[in-house]
Ligand binder design. Structure first.
Ligand SMILES: Nc1ncnc2c1ncn2[C@@H]1O[C@H](COP(=O)(O)OP(=O)(O)OP(=O)(O)O)[C@@H](O)[C@H]1O
Length: 950
């Protein structure tokens, strides 16, 4: 709770006051903008490529972890190497420290430069303010500031904590601080600050008060920016968004934008548009408590500083202004925070771009617990794994110790018996370590695999059971990505990484204890060296991660371009645009190369700096250890070797812990996305509901109104009434987009009506069991979609009961597919012929006739053809049409509903329903409708005219 409050404040001031020199809080720096644009662009392309083959962000995460781990291992290896060289009495040559020196110089220069720049900016701001603001008694205020400082110091002793109170306090303070800053602006306190600062004796004070917070803010901002970028990168394109949040976003977006604009457009009224100086003051006042100080102390500091500022305006008028301002600020502050919170949850999208939102990477405990449930099923295995884990960790802790004692027995004591004894002990420890390592790894990996299986099954089942509107909205590529990438990433939250973390914690604790027992003074040296090493590598690692992400974005862009080209190869060739495409490809490659170049330089620097730091750390331990051995006689050479081994192991374990924890956080993020999708409950359930014996297939639309879920402002059907009797042949005709297919989808209950009702045999369709309903409806869609497998498997795809060869032949004959299936030249295996992926080995007409056979074998009461011939060429259309016409002749007891364009087919129907803008415009048989001389007549005339022209 406390952290969240701090984060909120930090974010608030970062976005409002943190834009240093009066920039707009919505503005990004050029680099940030570029990076964001780049991410958007890549995402757009990834989304376009549908298959979500983008580089998963897990890879970035992985790379960072790899970097961290590598750095840990670097130190570990360094110590291990040193130890072996120490035991061999070889001196390792160290690289000259020139590089570090140069680096440090560079760094110092940069920071000096930025300090100068900041100083300059602040001075400029002051200068501007100076002209506007009235004079005040400088001396008096300076005294008050001093008093406050003393009070702060005195207050630092209090330390009671109450999170809820604190949150309230912080909220209260935040509002007061904003008010005071606004008040300060009016009273010209900025000028006073400048005057204080300009006196040389107070120069230091000035920097402490104003310059430092500015730098701290920048650092905070930089860190936050990094975090933000990580967040953006963690969200695999189109993966980060939450369905519900997206819905909310669409509703809220306009309101938020307006609100934000209002706040931004009226800077003089808004307390959030203070000049940079006031912002510094705000940041200073609400500075996030340092590690050393308790939160309470800092709150007190803030309180007292606020108190000082309030004291500055003791006059009645000023107090009144303050109170009035305070109230306004309170309300504005609430609005502002709502906007900020809403905005941060929203997805800002450019026109046609993939939506993306920047979100803080948070560890969600609930998600984590839910993930753990999957591994809890394997508790017996897990228990066994943990026994081996402890065994391995403990045995590992003893390895450096026994190695050191072995050395002592050889070098110092020169005792062969002891050496043999110790060697035997070492063998036992090594065996214990090796065996337990094998079982630990095997068991946890097995648990991981089982978790993946359970999770994938659950997930797939939830996705497939969800209703069509869910699939309308969700890209199939995204669902596949969830099943693949996310589940693999989520596995880490439930298995291996926890064990790795526990193991490394045990190793760390064990190593620290052993180091402490061997030599306390050397332990202190190591305690100082290791954090330096970890900080150096993690800071640089972050930078490298950013570059790696950028590089991957460009690589994705390159791949996306290639993919687009190859999938449109016919168009490229038709326009003879090969060279143009090569040039475009080269352009993208060039950009990629530039980032790659920077990345190479940075990787080189990273490794160089890393090894330098670890070399120096090793040297420090060796030198001081050597000193203890030679001068103090406090340590044996074997113990020194143990210390070195322990230090290496400690460094490696520490970096491993951070890497595992980071993986767990990433995994929880992936699980969260997954669970959100899995938790989308279908309104239309596949099973459950009414079943009855005499399904006749009488359909009735009664005042039906319908809109698709995500375009609910468009009425696709309204006041739609239609009765279809059992055995009737009904043709749906009308202009494109008039709602013909929608009518069919509603009969199939792919969607629920939004108004009125549909009844089947007198029962409301919503009450009928969906599986039961579908067992009586045969459906042939526009696109003949087949599954890879044999012809027979495809035809019998919907069969839930055994079938005879005769039935198979019969339906194939009816569907006009029997002959080509039994054509031995092309299909020597007959029904057993493999159709290839999505029926790739069959022609369009053949596929469609198999699809008709697939519908017929169910012996449906209602047979639906949704423009079954529209995607076919003339020859295939003729064959399929023949099949349909024959069916209409022969299957008299079957209700046939079709959307067709061929006049002869339509004419054969007893009922022709003409749809116009979602309503029944005309209804009747061919003759009646022609006589009516309405829309149908026009459609027929147009078709006849087309035929005449041909
Ligand atoms: N899944 C969907 N989500 C949102 N809107 C849809 C969806 N499917 C269709 N629509 C819209 O509903 C309207 C009716 O579409 P429908 O497919 O029923 O028309 P149709 O008469 O069958 O057209 P055509 O003859 O061109 O196939 C169209 O405006 C279409 O854009």
């Amino acid at each position: 709770m406390k952290k969240e409050v701090k984060k909120k404040i930090k974010k608030y001031f970062k976005e409002d006051g943190g834009d240093k020199v009066g920039g707009n809080k919505q503005q990004l720096t050029v680099e940030e903008q570029e990076e964001l644009d780049q991410c958007n662009l890549t995402e757009k392309q990834n989304s376009a490529s549908k298959d979500h083959n983008q580089f998963p962000d897990d890879e970035v995460e992985y790379k960072e972890q790899e970097i961290q781990h590598k750095s840990g291992n670097n130190l570990a290896n360094n110590f291990a190497n040193t130890s072996s060289s120490a035991s061999n009495s070889n001196q390792k040559e160290h690289q000259p420290a020139a590089a570090t020196a140069t680096n440090n110089k560079l760094f110092n220069k940069e920071s000096l430069k930025s300090e100068e720049e900041e100083g300059g900016k602040i001075d400029d701001d002051h200068q501007n303010k100076e002209d506007e603001e009235p004079e005040i008694d400088v001396e008096e205020i300076r005294n008050k500031l001093r008093k406050t400082e003393l009070k702060n110091q005195a207050d630092q002793s209090s330390s009671s904590e109450d999170d809820e109170d604190e949150e309230e306090n912080i909220q209260e303070l935040r509002e007061r601080v904003v008010t005071i800053s606004q008040f300060e602006s009016k009273q010209g306190i900025s000028k006073l600050k400048k005057q204080i600062a300009s006196e040389s004796s107070e120069q230091e004070n000035y920097y402490r008060l104003f310059q430092k917070p500015e730098q701290e803010t920048e650092n905070q901002q930089e860190n936050d920016d990094n975090d933000d970028q990580e967040e953006v990168s963690d969200a695999s394109p189109k993966q980060e968004y939450d369905l519900e949040e997206e819905d909310d976003f669409q509703d809220d977006q306009a309101t938020n934008k307006n609100q934000i604009n209002q706040v931004n457009k009226s800077p003089q009224q808004s307390p959030y548009k203070e000049d940079s100086f006031q912002k510094q003051k705000i940041v200073q006042l609400t500075k996030i408590p340092s590690k050393n100080n308790s939160d309470e102390t800092n709150l007190d500091n803030m309180n007292s500083t606020v108190g000082t500022s309030i004291e500055l305006g003791t006059q009645d008028q000023q107090t009144e202004q303050l109170l009035q301002g305070n109230q306004r600020v309170r309300s504005e502050s609430k609005t502002y925070h709502k906007i900020q919170d809403d905005s941060s949850n929203n997805i800002f999208a450019e026109e046609g771009q993939v939506e993306k939102k920047k979100k803080k990477k948070k560890f969600k405990w609930e998600t984590y617990k839910r993930m753990l449930k999957y591994s809890r099923k394997q508790w017996k295995l897990s228990l066994l794994g943990h026994i081996f884990l402890i065994a391995q960790s403990v045995s590992q802790v003893f390895i450096p110790s026994v190695s050191g004692r072995l050395l002592d027995a050889t070098i110092k004591e020169r005792d062969l018996d002891k050496l043999n004894q110790l060697a035997f002990q070492a063998i036992l420890i090594f065996l214990a370590n090796g065996i337990s390592s094998f079982f630990r790894t095997f068991i946890f990996s097995l648990i991981g695999e089982r978790v993946v299986i359970d999770l994938r099954n659950d997930c797939f089942s939830k996705f497939i059971h969800n209703e069509i509107s869910f699939h309308d909205k969700q890209h199939s590529g995204e669902l596949i990505s969830r099943l693949g990438n996310d589940i693999s990433t989520a596995k880490a939250a439930a298995s291996g990484n926890i064990s790795t973390t526990i193991r490394n914690v045990i190793i760390c604790v064990g190593n620290v204890i052993m180091l402490f027992l061997i030599s306390r003074s050397l332990f202190i040296v190591i305690a100082i060296m290791i954090p330096i090493f970890i900080i150096t590598s993690s800071v640089y690692g972050r930078y490298l991660k950013k570059l790696t992400k950028k590089y991957q974005d460009y690589t994705a862009k390159v791949s996306s371009h290639a993919q687009e080209c190859f999938s449109n190869i016919k168009t490229v060739k038709a326009f003879s645009n090969e060279d143009k495409e090569i040039l475009r490809y080269n352009d993208v490659m060039k950009q990629c190369y530039e980032v790659g170049y920077n990345k190479s330089v940075s990787s080189g620097l990273y490794n160089g700096i890393n090894s330098l730091v670890s070399d120096f750390a090793t040297l420090a331990v060796l030198w001081y250890g050597g000193y203890l051995v030679l001068q103090e006689n406090d340590l044996t050479s074997g113990q020194l070797a143990s210390v070195i081994l322990y230090t290496g192991s400690l460094a490696s374990a520490t970096s491993s812990i951070s890497s595992s924890l980071s993986k767990i956080v990433t995994a929880t993020g992936a699980s969260d996305r997954l669970f959100k999708l899995m938790d989308k409950k279908p309104k239309i359930k596949c099973q459950g509901g009414l079943t009855y014996f005499n399904f006749r297939g009488e359909i009735s639309f009664q005042n039906v109104g319908f809109s698709y879920k995500h375009t609910d402002h468009v009425k696709v059907l309204s006041d739609f009434n239609l009765d279809i009797k059992p055995g009737e042949r009904v043709a749906l005709v009308g202009q494109s987009g008039s709602g013909k297919s929608t009518v069919i989808r509603l009969i199939e209950r792919f969607y629920d009506v939004t108004q009125g009702q549909i009844t089947i045999d007198g029962y409301n369709i919503k009450e009928i069991d969906l599986t039961f309903l579908h067992s009586y409806i045969g459906y042939v869609s526009q696109e003949p979609l087949l599954f890879s497998g044999t012809i027979e498997e495809n035809i019998t795809y919907g069969m839930k009961k055994p079938y005879s060869k005769e039935l198979l032949d019969q339906v194939c004959k009816l569907a006009n597919s029997y002959n080509f299936i039994h054509d031995k030249t092309h299909f020597p295996l007959g029904y057993k012929t493999l159709v290839g992926e999505a029926g790739a080995k069959l022609s369009g007409g053949q596929k469609q006739r198999i699809a008709i056979s697939r519908a017929l074998i169910l012996q449906p009461r209602i047979l639906i053809f949704d423009e079954a011939t529209s995607a076919l060429d003339a020859e295939s259309e003729f064959q399929v049409q023949q099949a349909i016409d024959e069916l209409m002749q022969k299957q008299k007891d079957m209700t046939i509903i079709l959307i067709a364009h061929r006049l002869s087919t339509i004419m054969n129907c007893e009922k022709i329903v003409v749809l116009n803008k979602g309503k029944v415009a005309e209804i009747g048989n061919h003759k009646e409708l022609i006589e009516r001389n309405g829309i149908y007549k026009q459609l027929v005339d147009r078709q006849l005219q087309g035929l005449t022209n041909q």
